[in-house]
Design a protein around this ligand. Structure first.
Ligand SMILES: [Zn+2]
Length: 468
């Protein structure tokens, strides 16, 4: 009798997809599906999107949690290589519509209260269902077999900072940081069109409360970078950081990738030295962002530690719009108690900081990492100045409440493709400057320096903080 019941149970599970711990139910480009732990799929289309938008976002199942992540604006997700790549090289379904395994079976509507059996469509209903699903499933914790949790008695600034904590300074005294960063090559077009006036000539008279100009960080790769402009940016106090030499990293799922990873990450210092002829600039390079925000497992963090980098800023935190507060930067002395976006390092890296990309909220209610992957107005590259201002302000208000550093992370090419994004940013900065004494536009490295020794914003003004 028991044997018969077992056979029946197995038959039911095979038919409907195995409901094992760690599985997820997600809205994918192929409808609502059960994904196995660590499985990925393209996300369903949002309202107003067309076939060509398929693969703009992808979902990852990690220990029962569905994470929705964007690809870069011109990239699409490829389920074969599990990376964001050029649209012509990307596919969201296997040839002939074949399924990968029983994990791709449709889940009957009756078996999952949070799921719908609706295929991917551009209807509003599908989008809402996806958001609900995401919210429900992200309440579960990322599990790790590594030791923890972070010990607040021993993990203290300046050398250590626990995940999920905030600096021990009253909220009212805490400065509000906006981290302004640009990825990729520094070219003549973007430098002379935008960076020079904004960050070198200070044409728009943008000052931090200390009376010194605003600062930005540049995560650069070698190809197409003009080092004369890198030199000009560095000599005006802006941060130069590594984005790999050739804008790529090996997968990092094997230690055989280590030498190439070091060559890509640390090699950028050598390129900057060769290009600028100034060792002081390359010696100051201590930040890193992975191309396409593709974290390549522990190998990437091994390379950063061994090359004496101060911080990484590649891990996206997709949790904030599901009710979790945005995260302050933290050190990797302890394994993160939960991973907001796989993969995360699975062993400790004492003293190495992570500046998480907390994400912004697009006009379509999807969270996004880099500004130019966000939905702004009806379209990020046709949005007008008013829509951009609304986007900046709405997101700022979210971070200003808990005074967690807000990220304005983008590419210089965004200004070229959307001049209103630049005009609105300048005017919004001017507005902040006129109305707030506690708002500072800085680099991630400056935020870490402040976190090592936090002081009130009035003290920062008195000390002319950030003027060096
Ligand atoms: Zn890049």
């Amino acid at each position: 009798m028991i044997q018969k019941q077992m056979i029946l149970l197995v038959a039911v599970l095979l038919h409907y997809g195995t409901e094992v711990a760690g599985d997820c139910v997600a809205d994918t480009s192929e409808g609502t599906r059960t994904l196995q732990n660590e499985e990925t799929a393209c996300h369903s289309l949002a309202a107003g999107e067309t076939e060509g938008d398929t693969g703009r976002r992808y979902v990852t199942c990690s220990n029962g949690i569905v994470y929705i992540q964007p690809c870069g604006s011109s990239l699409r997700y490829d389920i074969v290589s599990k990376t964001c790549t050029w649209p012509e090289a990307a596919t969201c379904s296997l040839a002939g519509g074949a399924t990968t395994s029983d994990t791709t079976q449709k889940v009957p509507a009756s078996s999952q209260s949070t799921a719908t059996n609706t295929p991917a469509t551009s209807s509003n209903a599908t989008r809402k269902s996806s958001t609900q699903l995401y919210t429900t499933l992200t309440t579960r914790e990322y599990s790790t077999e590594q030791p923890g949790p972070c010990n607040l008695d021993t993990c203290k600034p300046p050398d250590c900072f626990c995940f999920g904590e905030r600096p021990s300074i009253p909220l009212a005294d805490t400065p509000m940081f906006i981290m302004l960063t640009f990825d990729d090559a520094v070219t003549s077009t973007v430098y002379n069109g935008y960076f020079k006036s904004l960050l070198v000539d200070n044409k728009f008279q943008l000052w931090n409360p200390s009376g010194c100009p605003i600062r930005a960080a540049f995560y650069i790769n070698h190809e197409y970078t003009d080092y004369n402009y890198v030199k000009a940016l560095a000599s005006n106090g802006h941060e130069i950081a590594s984005h790999t030499v050739s804008h790529r990293l090996p997968p990092g799922d094997s230690s055989a990738d280590y030498p190439q990873t070091v060559a890509e990450i640390d090699g950028m210092r050598e390129k900057v030295f060769q290009g600028t002829g100034d060792k002081a600039i390359s010696d100051l390079m201590s930040g890193f962002r992975a191309p396409y925000l593709l974290v390549t497992h522990n190998v990437m963090f091994d390379a950063l530690r061994d090359s004496r980098f101060l911080y990484d800023t590649s891990i996206t935190n997709v949790e904030i719009y599901s009710g979790r507060p945005p995260l302050y930067p933290f050190t990797l002395d302890y394994v993160m108690p939960r991973c907001p976006n796989v993969p995360c390092p699975t062993k400790p890296y004492p003293g190495l900081w992570e500046v998480p990309i907390n994400g912004l909220m697009g006009s379509n209610n999807y969270s996004c990492s880099m500004i130019d992957t966000c939905s702004v107005g009806s379209n990020v590259f046709t949005a007008n100045e008013e829509e951009w201002t609304s986007f900046y302000e709405t997101n700022f208000n979210y971070f200003y409440g808990p005074k967690v550093p807000m990220q304005l992370f983008t590419h210089g090419s965004m200004f070229i493709r959307s001049p209103p994004s630049f005009d609105a940013l300048v005017k919004w900065f001017q507005h902040l400057q006129a109305t707030h004494k506690d708002v500072w536009i800085v680099t991630p490295k400056m935020v870490i320096e402040w976190m090592k020794k936090p002081i009130s914003y009035s003290e920062m003004i008195a000390q002319k903080w950030g003027c060096n």
